[in-house]
Unconditional design. Structure first.
Length: 437
C-alpha cells in the first residue's frame, strides 16, 4: 500500500471511530429517556427540551466548527470537539437539576456539532472525487452503529441510565491521544492554505459567491427537512412505540433494528451515489423513507414494526448520506468545511424543530400517526432540493474551463497569478530564466 493510500485508510478508520462515538452520544438522551424522565420528573414538553438542548448546541457547533477549521485546520478543531463532547457527556451522569441537565446537553451538542463537518471534510479530501461518496459512507456508518450500541447499553443496564453517559464520556477522551498521534491533516487543506495565502473568503462569499447561492440554498432545504425526520425518530421512536402499546424491551429492539438499518443505509447511500444515476438514487431513497414511515404508523405486531423500523433507519440514513456526499464537491477546498458546516447547521434547525414539534403534536393528542404524517411534505421538498443540486453540478461540469470560476477549475487550469503554489513550482523549474505562463 503506497503512502497516499495509507493516509486515506488511516483517516477514514480514525474518523469512523469518532463517528461511532458521536452516534453513541447523539442517541444517549433518547436511550436514557425513561431514566431521565423518572429522575427529573419530566413531562413530554420538558423531555422535548432535553432532546432539543443538545440539538440546539449542534447548530453553532457545526457552523463555527467548519468556519474555523477552514482557517486553522480540520484536525485541530476535530480534536477539540471530541474533548468537548466527551467531558460534557460525562458530566450528564452527575447533574441534579433540570437547568443543569439542559446546559450539559447543550455543551455536548456544541462539541458533536463541531465534529461532523470536519469528519466529512477529512474523508472527502482523503480520496479522489470518484470515491468521495463511498469514503463518507464508510465513515458515517459509525454513527448509526454507535446509536445501536447505545440502545444495547440501555437494555443491559436497565434503570442505571447514568452508565450510558459514563461510556459516552470516557470513550471520546480515550480516543483523543490516538487522533493526536495518527490522524493526518488534510493535504488538500494544506495546499489550499498556500493558495489562499494573500487573503480569505468571508463566510457569505464562501457560501454564496462564485454562483453558489442556489446550490447552497437547495442544500439547506434538503438538510433541514431530512434532519427534521432523522432526529424526530432518533429521539422519539421509543416513546412513540410505547404509546402504541409496545413494551419497553420491544421498543428497545425496534430502536436497535432502526440503527442497524441506519448502518446499512449509511453504506448504501454513498455507494449508490458513486455508482448509479444520482437522480434515480434520490427518488428511490426518499420514496422508501415515506413508505417506511407509513409502516411505522400502521404496524401492529412486533415483527412488522421491527421490519418498518429497520427500513426507516435504512432509508433515512441513506437520504442523509446522499446529502452529505453532495455537499463537499459543491464547494472548493478553501471553503469546503465552511460550506459543509453551514449546511449541517441549517439541518440542525430541523433537528431542533423535529423533537419539539413531535412533543407538541403528542401533547395535543394527535398520536403517532399525526407525528409521522406531518413529515411527508418536508421529505418531498428535500428530494426536489437534492435533485436540483445534482442538476446544477452536472451543468457546471459541462461548462468550458474558461467559463468556470477560478476556484472551480483544476489547479493546472488556473492562471499563474491566481495560484501561488503553482507560481512557486514554475519558478523552481525555470530558475532565473523567463518562462511562459
Amino acid at each position: 500500500m503506497n503512502r497516499p493510500a495509507r493516509r486515506a485508510t488511516l483517516t477514514i478508520a480514525l474518523c469512523f471511530i469518532v463517528a461511532l462515538i458521536e452516534g453513541f452520544d447523539l442517541q444517549s438522551a433518547g436511550t436514557a429517556a425513561a431514566g431521565l424522565r423518572q429522575t427529573f420528573a419530566l413531562d413530554p414538553k420538558m423531555m422535548g427540551w432535553v432532546f432539543s438542548a443538545g440539538i440546539i448546541g449542534l447548530l453553532p457547533g457545526a457552523f463555527f466548527g467548519g468556519w474555523i477549521a477552514d482557517r486553522i485546520g480540520r484536525k485541530k478543531i476535530l480534536v477539540g470537539a471530541v474533548l468537548l463532547f466527551g467531558l460534557f457527556s460525562l458530566s450528564t451522569a452527575w447533574v441534579e437539576q433540570f437547568s443543569s441537565l439542559l446546559w450539559v446537553r447543550f455543551m455536548t451538542g456544541l462539541g458533536l456539532g463541531a465534529a461532523l463537518p470536519n469528519l466529512i471534510a477529512l474523508c472527502a479530501e482523503a480520496v479522489g472525487e470518484e470515491r468521495r461518496g463511498t469514503a463518507i459512507s464508510m465513515m458515517y456508518a459509525g454513527v448509526p452503529l454507535g446509536g445501536a450500541l447505545a440502545a444495547v447499553v440501555a437494555m443491559l443496564f436497565g434503570e442505571h441510565w447514568q452508565m450510558t453517559f459514563f461510556i459516552g464520556g470516557l470513550a471520546p477522551l480515550l480516543v483523543v491521544p490516538l487522533m493526536l498521534l495518527w490522524l493526518p491533516e488534510s493535504s488538500a487543506f494544506r495546499q489550499a492554505q498556500d493558495a489562499a495565502g494573500q487573503g480569505r473568503n468571508s463566510a457569505s462569499q464562501a457560501l454564496f459567491g462564485e454562483g453558489r447561492s442556489r446550490t447552497t440554498l437547495a442544500l439547506w432545504l434538503g438538510y433541514f427537512f431530512t434532519l427534521t425526520v432523522m432526529y424526530m425518530l432518533l429521539n422519539w421512536l421509543p416513546s412513540l412505540l410505547l404509546e402504541q402499546g409496545f413494551s419497553k424491551p420491544q421498543a428497545g429492539l425496534v430502536q436497535m433494528l432502526f440503527n442497524i438499518g441506519g448502518t446499512l443505509g449509511s453504506l448504501l447511500g454513498g455507494l449508490l451515489l458513486d455508482r448509479c444515476n444520482g437522480i434515480k438514487v434520490v427518488l428511490f431513497v426518499y420514496a422508501g423513507l415515506l413508505s417506511a414511515l407509513a409502516g411505522v404508523g400502521l404496524s401492529v405486531g412486533i415483527v412488522p414494526m421491527g421490519i418498518a423500523g429497520f427500513a426507516a433507519g435504512l432509508f433515512v440514513m441513506a437520504a442523509q448520506l446522499v446529502l452529505y456526499a453532495l455537499a463537499p464537491p459543491s464547494y472548493p477546498t478553501a471553503v469546503r468545511a465552511t460550506g459543509v458546516g453551514a449546511a449541517v447547521a441549517i439541518g440542525r434547525l430541523g433537528s431542533v424543530a423535529g423533537p419539539l414539534a413531535a412533543g407538541q403534536i403528542l401533547a395535543a393528542g394527535a398520536g403517532t400517526t399525526g407525528v409521522l404524517l406531518a413529515t411527508s411534505p418536508g421529505l418531498l421538498i428535500a428530494a426536489v432540493a437534492a435533485i436540483s443540486v445534482m442538476v446544477r453540478s452536472v451543468s457546471a461540469q459541462a461548462r468550458p474551463l474558461e467559463a468556470r470560476p477560478l476556484e472551480a477549475r483544476p489547479l493546472e487550469a488556473r492562471p499563474l497569478e491566481a495560484t501561488p503554489e503553482k507560481a512557486r513550482s514554475v519558478g523552481k523549474a525555470c530558475g532565473s530564466k523567463a518562462c511562459p505562463r
